[in-house]
Design a protein around this ligand. Structure first.
Ligand code: SF4
Length: 692
């Protein structure tokens, strides 16, 4: 009750799970988080009063006895407790010894979308300035790197063009490859309400997800050839003269190339490749073209393919043809995953192909500005992506890693391979809040603070920078990531001298033009945060991108024709079933947080495979029995969940579990442009192993 809450500490803060960026008041005492309650509505632009089950109740992990509260070092294959001094010395030596012997680029750093913007900035600075390595990446590679690559080419910024508010107010939706109800619950609530009030909702997806039940048209796509139906829609629009001529003429370039490209995507071809009927294709294309406003929403079902970049190019072309950009209530809306993947994972530059704020490695002026501030010129050529790092370990080109808050031993595709590489590293330091599957391989483990224990900013899926504030103390000797990395820098000869995260934000304001005016001082005054680009302190932030011009020198968007890619692994006689993976509402990514939550585990306590009743009949498995699912790369045993959500001949397995880890089955094929893995396409066979 109220009396109890009044005896606790309270902080207005931002959710640490997904990138919707819901805000609420958190209550805590000492090192425990005790309750979440709605915050001042002024301060909750993403969620109003709503939150989902994770943001509301998912705090057992913070309070867990399994939190790391001491630095650990490995001796004779066993971890023992160590002082901070010893642990930090070992990390500094471990990395610099390798660099002295083999060169600066034989070590790499993985940063984390679960830490703050300030911390990500500090971590990439540690890689570029202190270690002088070009190899810095993070999990954004695994989710929307293809989206970012495509949007940079077509509209200019690799980010959502509109606001979350627009997602509740548009006239029309095309949602594809996004299970919004489970992955971005508060967005789904907005979409369903608006659809009930009359907005047209089109869902194209191989799985009959919850949003499909609310759609005006749900189309079960075959999967593997999404470019075909999107290009087919553009063809239909142009053929019927429904394109936005004025928009195309005034605001874009290169339309003719796309017009020509889409010719081959006849309704017959589209139907053959994707199962989308000519009627469904025409209905969706016409409604989208004729709507005043439309939001195009997508996530991993589109991005995680070897042709992910091409598919997002096709979506961008569709938005440009119909003119649904650069105005309120319309836009391209990639739904980002981690709470800070947009900011920490992208904007802050812990990525190997550009400096913070998407500034080019080839821009001499930018390099000079960083050199002036840091006293060291950042490496000016692109480094390894996380998906390339493990192969380089096998080749002997990468020997040491410093991993902050990432868990590649669960998140990498083809896990058996990735784990062998982790084992092979000469030196591995892991900084995290738990002994993760990856930390088990480490030489040194550094205990970090959770998001509820620190101060700083995170940037949600609509580019909104919002504050997080501490409501509890880190357990034992754990520290915030920025403090740990600052101490490491000091041991390696760089005295950063940040007194707090505000000191880091001041440097971000200096060096990152799109964050130029996003100061802590302003954010403390504005509960609703600020959306980038925000170049100076008088700038109100940018709600909708491209209202004036696109992010190119001439202000015009670029049409880029999208090529139909080849599916990497189709079902065959030996492995006749198509596998996809994804999220469930009650869990989070590699499961380190939610698998420790009793309440959430009571909803979904173990991994499972969704199997269509027909397919279950063929295999001879009943709901609740166990099946062995096997691909070329490995096998797992999981519970069968018989349901028609999944199409006949396909299985779906969630990605959050260590036992029954789906990435033992997935393949390491990469998109040539973004190097995102093809998580969404693998072929398996399934056999019943009985009730177990
Ligand atoms: Fe947190 Fe996302 Fe749920 Fe909001 S929708 S409470 S941001 S997990």
């Amino acid at each position: 009750g109220k009396a109890r809450l009044s005896r606790m500490d309270k902080a207005e803060t931002t959710c640490g799970y997904c990138a919707v960026g819901c805000r609420f008041d958190l209550y805590g005492k000492d090192d425990e988080v005790l309750a979440a309650r709605p915050a001042d509505p002024e301060a909750t632009p993403a969620n109003d009063f709503s939150t989902c089950v994770k943001g509301k109740f998912g705090y057992d992990y913070v309070n867990s006895d399994e939190r790391l509260d001491q630095p650990l070092v490995k001796e004779d294959g066993e971890f023992r407790e160590a002082t901070w001094g010893e642990a930090l010395d070992r990390v500094a030596e471990g990395l610099s010894d390798i660099q002295d012997q083999y060169g600066p680029d034989t070590v790499s750093v993985l940063s984390s979308s679960k830490t703050t913007n300030e911390e990500n900035f500090a971590i990439q600075k540690f890689a570029r300035q202190v270690l002088g390595t070009k190899n810095i990446d993070n999990c954004t590679r695994l989710c929307h790197s293809s989206t970012v690559a495509a949007l940079k080419q077509t509209v200019g910024y690799g980010a959502m063009t509109n606001r979350i508010e627009d997602i509740g107010n548009t006239d029309c939706y095309l949602i594809t490859g996004a299970n919004t109800t489970e992955s971005h619950p508060v967005l789904a609530t907005r979409i369903k309400q608006n659809a009930r009030d009359g907005a047209d909702l089109f869902v194209f997806d191989p799985r009959k997800i919850d949003l499909a039940e609310h759609a005006d048209q749900y189309t079960r796509t075959e999967g593997g050839h999404d470019i075909a139906w999107i290009n087919g829609m553009i063809r239909h629009i142009v053929e019927n003269d429904l394109q936005d001529d004025e928009f195309i003429e005034e605001r874009t370039r290169n339309f003719a190339a796309v017009e020509e490209k889409v010719q081959e995507f006849t309704p017959e071809k589209v139907e053959e490749l994707t199962n989308v009927s000519p009627e469904e294709l025409a209905n969706a294309a016409e409604t989208i073209a004729e709507a005043d406003t439309c939001v195009f929403g997508w996530a991993m079902g589109i991005s995680q393919h070897t042709y992910g970049t091409q598919t997002v190019l096709a979506l961008a072309d569709l938005a440009l043809v119909t003119g649904h950009l650069g105005k309120p209530n319309a836009g391209l809306s990639p739904f980002r995953g981690q709470n800070n993947v947009q900011g920490g994972g992208g904007d802050m530059g812990p990525i190997p192909d550009n400096l913070p704020g998407y500034q080019e490695l080839s821009d001499e002026g930018v390099l000079e500005r960083f050199e002036e501030e840091w006293g060291v010129r950042p490496p000016d050529e692109p480094g390894l992506r996380v998906t390339e790092m493990f192969d380089e370990v096998d080749e002997g080109n990468l020997r040491g890693m410093y991993v902050v808050g990432e868990n590649p031993a669960i998140s990498e595709p083809d896990l058996t391979n990735a784990r062998e590489s982790l084992e092979e590293l000469e030196f591995l330091a892991v900084q995290d809040i738990f002994m993760t599957e990856t930390a088990e391989y480490a030489d040194v483990v550094l205990p970090a603070a959770a998001i509820t224990e620190k101060y700083g900013t995170v940037t949600n899926t609509e580019r909104r920078v919002q504050m997080v504030r501490p409501v509890a103390d880190p357990p034992g000797k754990a520290h915030a990531d920025w403090e740990i990395v600052q101490k490491l820098a000091e041991r390696l000869g760089f005295d950063w001298g940040y007194e707090n995260p505000t000191g880091i934000m001041d440097e971000i304001n200096e060096l990152v033009p799109i964050y130029g005016g996003i100061t802590h001082e302003r954010l403390e005054e504005r509960g609703e945060g600020l959306q980038w680009p925000c170049p100076d302190e008088d700038h109100p932030g940018t709600a909708n991108l491209y209202t004036e011009g696109f992010n190119f020198e001439d202000g015009k968007a670029r049409f880029v024709p999208a090529d139909l890619g080849d599916p990497t692994e189709l079902p065959n006689e030996e492995f006749p079933i198509a596998l996809t993976s994804g999220r469930v509402l009650y869990h989070w990514h590699t499961g380190q947080l939610t698998r420790r939550d009793e309440g959430l585990m009571s909803h979904v306590g173990e991994s499972y495979a969704e199997i269509h009743p027909e397919t279950a009949g063929t295999i001879g498995v009943a709901d609740g029995e166990y099946v062995e699912v096997e691909s070329k790369r490995g096998s797992i045993v999981v519970k069968a969940k018989v349901t028609d959500r999944t199409a006949p001949g396909k299985v779906f397995i969630p990605m959050h579990f260590a036992k029954g880890a789906v990435n033992k089955l997935t393949q390491e094929e990469l998109d040539p442009i973004s190097r995102i893995p093809d998580y969404k396409m693998a072929s398996v066979r399934v056999r019943s192993v009985g009730a177990n």
